[in-house]
Design a protein around this ligand. Structure first.
Ligand code: NDP
Length: 500
């Protein structure tokens, strides 16, 4: 499969550039498309187009903006499978996943914000201060914003950023990851077809240097970033130089706590979702699975049985539920961690390990495959239990559940990380479940489930995992600035300059 050369998109038009880079298909290690690379001039032109569009878009009524964005939702849903095929080629995720999750969850968020702004979501507050004075607040859009995306959920990330941004009246220049660029032009053209005016949503392509041009540009009012903690620190530092707003959706090393009374099958299903969905390339993965000693053997056995249902294969086959990793760079990184777990951490390898999984003969073995891997008897000081691996590597950390105070100790271990993106607990004791969740230092938490992230749920990390939230009502507040107005009707300005 080879796609046409992908242009940039700004001011409602495609723009080609002389310099290109190659997008590689992770399932074959073959070129998928040549992508036009933005230079300083192109980034500036895209920002200028967005600045020109801002007065038009920001002054439309919320009902008008909502109507246009809802047309884009309908187009996304009509073209779900077509867009999902593109995402499968670009990311290596099976079509069974991209067709059910990636476009669907992006369109849901766009629908949510289009409806929210049309039903008063941008209203401020009114306070009667005195009989003859009142205070009101209004929410104003920020201006031209930059979106910078990661490669694991390309179109979903582009929509989770652009939906509240545009619904609030802002314009956006979006830079996808250089590893997964194909969705961006398609999304931009869907917005245009729906009636979004030229310049409101623009796409520049390229690597981190192009992201750097956006984060340092004085005309950008806000940067919404999804990526690694280390990159997030650089982006936030660049944005600070002229006081840009930032939202940072960064990495995690999240704890998945199985309490001794948990329902075994549900707990194992949760741990599987938290580690093997999307070949483990999910930011909220619960990669530190704390299992009570009393349940360890049965948990391991049931996990191994259920792992027989992980089916790597032809990505377009509806039965396939496990794909290769996104890129060679990432494949090499994940493989190194598996090797480190075996050779240096000396964790007990329960399943998987180095090498490729068994693939059907029809599947190209040159893809960036790794085996779903489980290490058990892990301890808190191992590198594999400390670093974000971002691959299908599940670490079981057994804990003694026969001593008083073991829950408190467990919570301390779970919180003993610099990151705080997600956390979850499995138990039949709902009181205990709530008590444990209340003590976990993480922004996204689950009880007896893992991974669901609907449009209504604000998501964002604590500690080094991020700043601000995406989605939900709170997500909209990250795209507006507040104005407070005090109105005096009594005619007399309170002053200390009156005559004595
Ligand atoms: P990276 O941090 O490597 O890259 C993210 C984006 O930033 C890419 O578009 C990248 O460009 C760009 N970039 C790189 N350097 C700079 C720079 N100096 N200035 C501006 N932009 C820059 O992350 P990955 O793409 O590897 O994504 C995986 C990470 O994302 C994981 O840590 C994961 O946990 C996290 N993530 C967090 C989510 C959340 O909601 N909290 C959701 C999804 C993922 P390019 O890649 O083209 O070089």
């Amino acid at each position: 499969m080879k796609y046409d050369k992908q242009p940039l998109y700004y001011g409602g038009q495609r723009h080609t550039t002389a310099t290109t880079f190659q997008d590689i298909d992770p399932s074959t290690n073959q070129p998928l498309a040549d992508i036009c690379k933005a230079d300083q001039h192109a980034v500036h032109a895209a920002i200028t187009a967005a600045q020109a569009a801002f007065p038009v878009w920001s002054t439309m009524t919320t009902m008008e903006r909502s109507r246009i964005l809802l047309r884009a939702v309908a187009l996304l849903r009509q073209r779900n499978d077509e867009l999902a095929v593109v995402e499968t080629h670009d990311t290596g995720k099976p079509f069974s996943e991209t067709s059910a999750v990636d476009v669907v969850t992006g369109a849901d968020v766009l629908e949510y914000y289009a409806n929210l702004v049309a039903s008063g979501g941008l209203n401020g507050e009114t306070t009667q201060l005195r009989p003859d004075a009142w205070l009101y607040t209004t929410k104003a859009p920020l201006g031209v914003c930059a979106g910078i995306g990661a490669w694991n959920y390309p179109i979903q990330i582009a929509l989770w950023k652009s939906a509240p941004c545009l619904a609030a009246g802002n314009c956006m220049v979006y830079k996808p990851s250089e590893f997964t660029p194909l969705h961006a032009l398609r999304l931009a053209e869907i917005y245009s077809e729906a009636g979004v005016p030229p310049g409101v949503f623009n796409v520049v392509q390229g690597d981190g240097a192009v992201g750097g041009l956006l984060t340092s540009h004085p005309a950008i009012a806000k940067v919404s970033f999804t990526g690694q903690v280390s990159t997030g620190c650089k982006v936030a530092a660049a944005a600070a130089s002229n006081m840009k707003y930032v939202t940072m959706e960064l990495g995690g090393k999240s704890p998945c706590i199985i309490l001794p009374d948990a329902e075994l099958d549900n707990a194992v299903d949760g741990a599987m979702m938290a580690n093997f969905f999307s070949t483990g390339q999910v930011c909220t993965n619960g990669t530190r699975v704390f299992v009570p000693q009393s349940m360890l053997r049965s948990f391991e056995q049931r996990l191994l049985q259920k792992m027989a249902d992980i089916r790597p294969g032809d990505l377009m086959d509806p039965n396939t539920n496990f794909g290769p990793l996104v890129s060679k760079t990432h494949h090499d990184k994940v493989t190194k961690y598996i090797q480190h777990g075996i050779e240096t951490d000396k964790a007990k390898l329960l399943a998987g390990g180095l090498g490729k999984p068994t693939l059907p003969a029809t599947v190209d073995a040159n893809g960036y495959w790794v085996k779903p891997t489980v290490f058990t008897n892990c301890t808190d000081d191992m590198l594999i239990t400390k670093d974000e691996i971002f691959g299908p590597v599940l670490c079981i950390l057994p804990y003694a559940d026969n001593r008083p105070g073991y829950v408190e100790k467990l919570v301390q271990r779970a919180n003993n990380t610099t990151m705080g993106l997600a956390a979850g607990v499995f138990t039949k004791n709902i009181d205990l479940g709530h008590r444990v969740v209340a003590q976990l230092h993480a922004g996204i938490t689950w009880v007896n489930t893992w991974g669901e992230s609907p449009a209504e749920m604000p998501v964002g990390g604590w500690k080094m995992s991020g700043l601000g939230v995406e989605n939900g009502r709170k997500g909209l507040d990250n795209w507006v600035q507040n104005k407070s107005t005090l109105v005096e009707m009594g005619g007399a300005v309170a002053t200390s300059f009156s005559k004595l």
